[in-house]
Unconditional design. Sequence first.
Length: 356
Amino acid sequence: RPHRTELYEDPPSGCWPIVYSPDYNITFMGLEKLHPFDAGKWGKVINFLKEERLITDDLIVQAREATDEDLLVVHTRRYLNKLKWSFVVATITEIPPVAFLPNFIVQRKVLKPLRTQTGGTIMAGKLALDRGWAINVGGGFHHCSSDKGGGFCAYADITLAIKFLFERVQGVSRATIIDLDAHQGNGHERDFMDDPRVYIMDAYNRYIYPGDGFAKRAIKRKVELEWGTEDTEYLQKVHTHVEGALNEFKPDIVVYNAGTDILDGDPLGGLAISPQGIVKRDEVVFRAARSRGVPVLMVTSGGYQKRTARVIADSILNLHSLGLLGGARAACALGSASLEHVVTDSAKDLSNLSLQ
């Protein structure tokens, strides 16, 4: 019998299935600046959406921190105990000075934000089934598996969200992961290596971290990209393979890892996709899932430039303007006038990328 969890309590019905908490953001003594990650990215996305009057604070689903009991649905006790060593967390987050901090500070300032984002992904899984879609403004820690973290990923939120659904929601027994972060999603791949219930499509720069050959065996649709891949080729491949994946395997939910580190100029991704290309990519995935009536859970994953928050916000605004976020009950929150510039700009930018 599944343990009792607050993560599956129903939020107020008026809320949008957009999950966030101010606790997502990592801020302490400037140490977060030692990693290329913009550790305040998630709050900036929410601020842009508020400025565009798409959402207000009371319409967002407040993410809750995943407890140890929640995490043990996937993680080993041995692994969770390892996180009590600051040097282990320093290695996973790639912020070396963290090794010298007392662990209670590391727990509060680094791991609690990541646990809250992980709780957010688990909550968004259930919301996606209830509402047809959900977006966790954080999460997407796709390099973490049940007993090993890495690449800024300390908890396996994608694996957790899927396992929670399999264990707790009747009729959910098949999931498709569409991982479009610039990096290979070796964490969930290792977790679902021999699980026929989970179909993985992964498109990534073949030359960068993690280069996990063992984990690649779990990928059903592998799209290995070259350095500097640009919009036209990228969008054509995404379109072809997302459609192919959803035709090949009929899932009960799509988990979409929507990393923005494919953006041109990203210091870690090595690809050259424009902001408009990312907006179009997300549209392709949502259109494919929504047209088949498959619920979609989106997480934001990697993205290491100051401008990524704006791109994520513009993408969500575009999905809304196209009616791909249907079924949200709080549409009255929207000031449609403020959206016009985003929609028309996006339409102009995207007309030359049209895949229809």
